[in-house]
Design a protein around this ligand. Structure first.
Ligand SMILES: [Zn+2]
Length: 74
């Protein structure tokens, strides 16, 4: 009977070893890759920059607050 428990434990251990790398892969997939960052272009000068670094004013993206003010002043 104890041998059966040992076999079950070994099978469970092998199964865990086979599935654990997949779990790590899934975690990596959930994190957004840095290269796939959303890029936007400035409505004033056309400069491409990451969305999180841009200034969003009146539905348009700008590279700086100075350019967003320049667009408003038009
Ligand atoms: Zn600009």
């Amino acid at each position: 009977m104890s041998r059966l428990i040992l076999i079950i434990v070994i099978i469970a251990l092998v199964y865990w070893l086979l599935t654990s790398p997949r779990r790590q892969q899934r975690k990596q997939e959930q994190q957004p890759p840095k290269s796939a960052q959303d890029m936007v272009s400035c409505a004033q000068c056309g400069l491409n920059l990451p969305k999180n670094e841009s200034v969003f004013v009146d539905g348009k993206y700008f590279c700086s607050t100075a350019h967003s003010l320049a667009q408003k002043g038009k």
